[in-house]
Design a protein around this ligand. Structure first.
Ligand code: HEC
Ligand code: HEC
Length: 206
């Protein structure tokens, strides 16, 4: 815990130095519009974000080699799904996720090409949807999700039909963790959005 605070402190110092330095140069900020960011309905896959944004604008600093080298001050690697998912975001909560807020607040990228509003909207939509490995096309706000139907499609083959399920009363994080830790190959279900998991949780709670 104490170590973590020291890391955060050091990180903040480096960040502020980087920012002061930057502000002397050409303009290096975007005034993002939160309503536009929230309105994106397409959920990109991790691979899309990785290829189009992280590799272009973040991985020059945030990579495994930099993390491994103690001379660098980099503590976070954004080159693979697991490390992005586990270090810099809270699934379902973009506003509580450094991956979103650091860009939104113009703290990141520390140098180089800025993240456009369209790109940040995709990052927002992705975290809001639970940061799934697979993406989804934008659907808009259609009918409410049918948790029973989702359960029958994605869970029944292993956990019995909905009527006789052995997973009653499971919480969002129990399901999310089972998927993330690939219990019984549940990792294949990482495309489920947080809304879909939530609908299943509600169905299982009745
Ligand atoms: C020129 C180097 C550089 C680039 C490019 C860069 N960063 Fe950073 N970033 C840093 C440094 C240095 C820190 C502070 C140390 C750390 O936490 O790794 C940091 C910290 C962060 C943090 C906080 C770490 C945490 O605790 O979760 C986030 C989030 C972040 N960067 C996101 C990004 C994103 C997203 C991009 C690309 C759009 C990006 N950065 C590009 C250098 C960079
Ligand atoms: C391919 C088979 C398979 C599918 C599909 C599957 N699971 Fe699992 N699940 C398992 C296995 C195997 C385990 C680990 C052993 C156990 O708990 O029975 C597990 C563990 C879990 C756990 C963690 C342990 C617990 O009971 O708290 C939860 C929660 C869970 N599954 C819920 C679901 C939900 C909800 C779905 C549908 C979205 C689903 N599973 C789809 C096979 C599967």
């Amino acid at each position: 815990m104490r170590n973590q605070w020291i890391k955060i402190l050091v990180g903040t110092l480096i960040l502020s130095t980087a920012l002061i330095y930057q502000n002397c140069g050409s303009e290096h900020s975007i005034d993002y519009n939160i309503d536009i960011l929230r309105s994106e309905t397409k959920v990109p896959s991790f691979a899309e974000l990785n290829t189009n944004i992280f590799q272009q604008k973040c991985n020059s600093c945030h990579n495994l080699e930099s993390v491994a080298n103690p001379d660098n001050n980099i503590t976070t690697d954004f080159s693979n799904y697991q490390s992005v998912y586990t270090t810099s975001l809270t699934p379902g909560n973009p506003e509580g996720s450094p991956l979103f807020t650091f860009v939104y607040d113009n703290l990141m990228p520390a140098s180089g090409e800025l993240v456009t509003e369209e790109e940040l909207a995709l990052i927002y939509a992705w975290i809001a949807a639970g940061a799934p490995l697979e993406g989804r096309d934008g659907g808009g706000d259609g009918e409410p999700l049918d948790g029973v139907q989702l359960y029958q499609t994605y869970c029944a083959e292993c956990h019995f039909s909905f009527e006789s399920t052995d997973r009653k009363g499971r919480t969002f994080s129990q399901i999310q963790n089972a998927i993330l830790s690939n219990q019984g190959n549940m990792g294949n279900l990482s495309f489920l959005t947080s809304e879909e998991i939530q609908a299943i949780v509600e169905a299982l709670s009745n």
